[in-house]
Design a protein around this ligand. Structure first.
Ligand SMILES: Nc1ncnc2c1ncn2[C@@H]1O[C@H](COP(=O)(O)OP(=O)(O)OP(=O)(O)O)[C@@H](O)[C@H]1O
Ligand SMILES: [Mg+2]
Length: 286
């Protein structure tokens, strides 16, 4: 690669998960922030059906009715990322000229088939550099139950929980309800084990709400968690780097809407804002 050539970045967004629209919004932010003097950007929209396409509209141009977030739609020329002797190349599926090499892929995807190691595995096979966590870290980061087991094994405290598989619920919802009452109690939170952006999450204060919460979460995942409701602060910290990772400052994450009701949280990530928690800020200064 000559020194003057810009780095060619393929930005993947959309995708098959229930967080498709959240990803479109994240792609808008990434595409607005990326330094165009250094990077040549190729947007690739993954439709809800899972097709990789060269989009007709950029994420910014996509529109949505008021109160909802935009999706990619199913249109657009199909494209594939192929491993060629010279490196990874994008090729339109309809034939025609290859679009040239891709130096790095930036998966701006949320949820299953994006954040869970599956796309990362495909990119490993294509032998192309990509942004973000690798296969194992992505898979562990996506699965809240496996993540808790890992944290526990390293002596970190985790919020008490039980996990429920769809089969357990089908075979004996009543035994699951008893287990949850004994181990967790009320109020509690129910959530899909492998999703994000508060989709399918409920706060439950009665047995009926618990039942409805488990059923809602099971619509999104075959494994769900019933977690004790705690009063806590949600903190976020980014880590950048491989062999010598660097951590960012820690920030308070809070949803713009503080209303958490027994119905599904509708935050969908779009309302997240963060601020520096003063105790942590002062601790880092002293
Ligand atoms: N055990 C709990 N106690 C109190 N509040 C909770 C609990 N679990 C979830 N919540 C509330 O619901 C929100 C969403 O839950 P959580 O962060 O676990 O799922 P998610 O946002 O869908 O997943 P991810 O953070 O992986 O994207 C939290 O930000 C918090 O406000
Ligand atoms: Mg969350």
């Amino acid at each position: 690669m000559s020194e003057s050539r810009k780095v060619r970045v393929a930005i993947l967004y959309g995708g098959r998960s229930a967080e498709h629209e959240v990803s479109v919004v994240s792609a808008r932010s990434v595409m607005a922030a990326i330094d165009r003097s250094k990077y040549d950007v190729v947007p690739i929209a993954i439709t809800k059906a899972g097709r990789w396409t060269l989009p007709e509209k950029t994420p910014d141009e996509l529109e949505a009715p008021k109160g909802s977030l935009p999706g990619t739609g199913e249109d657009g020329t199909g494209v594939a990322l192929m491993r060629e002797p010279t490196g990874a190349e994008l090729k339109p599926l309809a034939g025609g000229a290859a679009m040239g090499a891709v130096d790095v892929v930036f998966p701006v995807l949320h949820g299953p088939y994006g954040e869970d190691g599956t796309v990362q595995g495909m990119l490993e096979l294509a032998d192309v550099a990509y942004v973000g966590a690798g296969v194992l870290a992505s898979a562990l980061g996506m699965d809240k139950e496996m993540q808790k087991q890992l944290f526990r094994s390293r002596g970190l405290p985790v919020v008490p929980y039980v996990h429920v598989h769809a089969e357990d619920w089908q075979r004996g919802a009543e035994s699951v309800m008893e287990l949850a009452a004994d181990e967790i109690g009320l109020p509690c939170f129910t959530k899909p084990a492998r999703l994000g952006s508060s989709i399918g999450v409920s706060r439950c204060t009665t047995p009926d709400e618990l039942r409805a919460g488990v059923e809602l979460a099971l619509q999104h995942d075959s494994k769900v968690l019933v977690e004790k409701a705690i009063a806590g602060r949600e903190l976020e910290c980014a880590v950048l780097g491989n062999d010598e990772p660097e951590a960012s400052i820690v920030r308070n994450a809070s949803t713009a809407s503080r209303r958490i009701s027994s119905v599904t949280l509708s935050g969908r990530g779009a309302g997240m804002r963060s601020s520096l928690p003063s105790s942590i800020y002062f601790a880092s200064k002293s």
